[in-house]
Design a protein around this ligand. Structure first.
Ligand SMILES: Nc1ncnc2c1ncn2[C@@H]1O[C@H](COP(=O)(O)OP(=O)(O)O)[C@@H](O)[C@H]1O
Ligand SMILES: Nc1ccn([C@H]2C[C@H](O)[C@@H](COP(=O)(O)OP(=O)(O)O)O2)c(=O)n1
Length: 228
């Protein structure tokens, strides 16, 4: 660019649960001085609000009717990502089993997706140096013009082992079944399902360390920046 400043770089990282999206995205963003957005946290936040307000989650019309009500604010500093709903810090309560088991139903509702997608695009557009956005439909729907798209995968066994390592005392088999069920729901919904964009680079993380995945993505971003 004329003034020598790098143009903002937009990186989309998608994939199923436990493939390493959050850890990789946060580290890559921190290393490259970019913003970071966890879009799963936004879907969890709106789900938390629906549960708290006793909305009937089996009724998509009821969910759609209130989709615009909660104010969801994401802080995009990778060193300290934050998420609030109507001013309340919900970073911890959005990770409960209850929210995890209900988030797929809420995030399948088109009005919910339209609302959250708009928030995501506006955050990406205002990130001065660029942003790493992770989720399920970032490369396909939210930011189809991203400079780099990554699709992370890993075997269900590796993903379940990683997740049950986080949730102390939770059985690996039960975790594996729950992950597979959630992936199936997220991949089969009508509106912007979990999918690899045609132009995404697929990285199988089953036999890679987190550090190796981070290095791989940083290298890909730097290659794109040089080519820009
Ligand atoms: N390549 C990897 N090897 C081993 N553990 C990993 C790897 N990538 C991530 N993890 C661990 O797996 C867990 C899930 O990772 P996370 O980044 O939350 O995945 P996702 O965002 O895709 O659900 C975390 O505890 C993380 O530290
Ligand atoms: N871009 C996105 C991100 C998440 N979702 C939905 C589907 C996921 O099951 C939930 C939760 O996502 P999250 O990334 O927090 O899930 P995990 O950390 O992988 O367990 O949100 C979505 O529909 N679209």
């Amino acid at each position: 660019m004329e003034n020598g400043a790098a143009r903002p770089v937009i990186v989309a990282i998608d994939g199923p649960s436990g493939t390493g999206k959050s850890s990789t995205s946060k580290a890559v963003a921190a290393q490259l001085g970019l913003s970071y957005l966890d879009t799963g946290a936004q879907y969890r936040a709106i789900t938390w609000w629906m549960v708290n307000n006793s909305i009937d989650l089996d009724d998509p019309t009821a969910v759609a009717a209130v989709a615009a009500k909660p104010e969801i604010v994401s802080g995009t500093d990778p060193a300290e990502p934050t998420i609030t709903v109507d001013g309340t810090d919900v970073a911890a309560p959005i990770r409960t089993q209850e929210v995890t088991s209900k988030v797929s139903a809420v995030s399948a509702v088109p009005e919910v997706r339209a609302r959250i997608t708009e928030l995501q695009r506006s955050l990406a557009a205002s990130a001065e140096k660029g942003i790493v956005v992770e989720g399920r439909d970032i490369g396909t729907t939210v930011l189809p013009d991203a400079d780099l798209k990554i699709f992370l995968t890993a075997s269900p066994e590796a993903r379940a082992a990683r997740r049950s390592g986080e949730l102390k005392g939770v059985d690996v088999h039960a975790t594996r079944e729950a992950l597979i069920k959630r992936d199936a729901a997220d991949s089969s919904r009508k509106t912007s399902p979990l999918a690899k964009a045609d132009d995404a680079v697929e990285v199988d993380t089953t036999d890679l360390t987190l550090q190796q995945v981070i290095e791989c993505v940083v290298t890909l971003v730097e290659e794109k920046r040089t080519a820009k």
